[in-house]
Write a protein that binds this ligand. Sequence first.
Ligand code: NAD
Length: 353
Amino acid sequence: TQFQPGFLFPGIETRVLFGQGTLAKVGEEIGRLGHGRALVLTTPPQAGDGEALAKDLGDIAAGTFTEAAMHTPVEVTERALAAYETAGADCVVSLGGGSTIGLGKAIATRTGCDHVAVSTSYAGSEMTDILGETQGGEKTTRRDPSIRPEVVIYDVDLTLGLPLEMSVKSALNAAAHAVEALYAPDANPVTSLMSLEALEVIRDTLPALAENPRDVEARARMLYGAWLCSTALGYVAMSLHHKLAHVIGGSFDMPHADTHAILLPHTAGFNAGGTDKLAPVADLFGGSVGGGLWDLAKRSGAPLRLADLGLTEADLDRAAEIALKNKYENPRPFDERDIRELLQAAWEGTRPA
Ligand code: NAD
């Protein structure tokens, strides 16, 4: 049971459509919000999908902007804002993974416009009020209600083409949100129920998806798991795992999903030693949180070693130092040596006990 003797449940304000073929509902949703001119956002590789969506939307589309990039660079946002103005748009539709949704959030928080997010990966930005942006090589992250998309659409069909490698890493990125939501200081019974359900779904679905990435049933289940994880992430504070992923991704320019996937067994295994909130996760993963998550990652073909991303041992020293700079809540206290050891294990890719 996830009963907690005292909690605050803030509610979940986002409208969510989940299914197959739900992309066809974008126009209706824009109308429901009272708008009539949407700027469609994508990355360059998904530009074709964005243009097809704009064509389907007809008069409701004000145009497309197809330059979304990882970590939401402010200069890209400025170009997108100019395109938004020029097109006379009154809302944005982001079609893609966390990078594209990040751009939609950056525009929405600056203009106050509504945002319909169509999520095509499992990274989980769509349900949150969090925006990370980069300028001059520095990444800053903030939370604000204006950042949260008004409507989120999940269309299983759009995930069928998410490349296998990306699918696996992205699913583990999602799992990291669920793990940290369980021991978050502001967890509530709803986020905890969602997180445990998500981890069970991911455990049972990821190997099948890795075997057959075009398995519609596995894709549907994984997207459902990703929704659960994103929702939990959107309503609680994150701890050691996300801080370390932020340091390694931000300060060493490492790929987002890979970094999360590699760190997760180590951070979760470490924190399992400091809280009973992860006991149900140990039950799900054969008795060992870190070992079970590592086994799942290995079996699914996920990357396991930070060394393979090009990080050096000297980088680990610096990462451990940076990670200690800001204070945040974590269920298990740690010092620089703990973090350095944890990073070493993730660098070598050893299985946590
Ligand atoms: P991404 O959005 O950069 O996507 C990676 C690549 O895959 C892109 O080229 C994208 O166009 C492509 N792609 C996505 N879905 C596809 C599909 N279904 N088919 C084919 N190609 C597809 O990567 P991501 O891992 O989804 O997101 C990472 C970014 O999101 C990072 O910048 C991270 O900081 C951010 N993020 C933010 C939050 C938040 O709450 N603010 C949460 C999670 C992630």
